[in-house]
Design a protein around this ligand. Structure first.
Ligand code: 6PG
Length: 239
């Protein structure tokens, strides 16, 4: 596990850009493609805007989402909408390389199963296998959630699927499960702001409760990076 505490949000975003570009190029060098699952919320948006300025072989990059609010794609809360506007609309990435979570409005469980099938077909993996994405970018809420794995919810217990429904109060969401995230080759947390400090202390504490702080569930077989700004991570620096 690597932990980096950057002096401010601008430095944090630039370090995240640098790390993402490094891992994208490495994946393409090894497998001639890079599969990335993106986080939603507010922290990563400036990162996506910076990545849009990079010169990369976009046709070799496939974009997924680690979670999605169960709203139409044109809804202001849509993570898909945010990423397309901040990044994907600015680059020449083939439409077939973009794999949004379906939010048809029929039923989140049906859409979760549909997306799981789409992912299994993309990775050509059987029902029992868990595919590995090259990069999984995650945020963390001030309650310690990540993706849409919220404290003391059923989504935390799902072990036999890639995608499940994660509810935040009344708002329904689709989310990668912890086992799917943990199969990632390189998992990167991007966390900023003093409001995240208490949850971070619990996530990094030897005694923290993973049901209460679901980011503790993320123990990938591959690389785990925590990129923090000073406000969020000043007490974590020495880990
Ligand atoms: C989402 C995210 C979610 C987010 C955290 C942190 O859909 O909202 O995927 O897990 O990363 O809630 O959000 P901020 O970056 O806005 O603090």
């Amino acid at each position: 596990m690597s932990v980096e505490v950057l002096s401010d949000k601008i430095s944090l975003i630039d370090r995240a850009r640098e790390l993402m570009v490094e891992k994208i190029k490495s994946a393409i060098a090894q497998r001639d493609q890079c599969t990335i699952a993106l986080a939603g919320g507010g922290t990563p948006k400036p990162l996506y805007e910076k990545l849009a300025q990079e010169s990369l072989p976009w046709e070799k990059i496939h974009i997924f989402w680690g979670d999605e609010r169960y709203v139409p794609v044109d809804h202001p809360d849509s993570n898909q909408k945010m990423v397309r506007e901040a990044w994907l609309n600015q680059v020449s990435m083939p439409a077939s390389n973009i794999h949004p979570m379906p939010t048809t409005g029929e039923n989140p469980y049906t859409d979760a199963a549909k997306h799981e099938q789409e992912i299994r077909e993309f990775f050509q993996c059987s029902a029992g296998e868990i595919p590995s994405l090259d990069i999984i970018l995650l945020g963390m809420g001030d309650d310690g959630h990540t993706a849409s794995l919220f404290p003391r919810t059923e989504a935390l217990t799902v072990r036999d699927r890639l995608i499940t429904v994660g509810n935040k109060g009344n708002s329904q969401r689709l989310t990668f499960t912890a086992p799917f995230i943990n199969q990632g080759r390189c998992v990167i947390f991007l966390v900023a702001g003093a409001n995240k400090r208490p949850a971070l202390a619990q996530v990094f504490s030897p005694q923290g409760d993973e049901k209460q702080y679901p980011s503790r569930l993320i123990k990938p077989q591959g690389e785990l990076w925590w990129l923090l700004d000073q406000e969020a991570g000043e007490e974590i620096a020495s880990h």
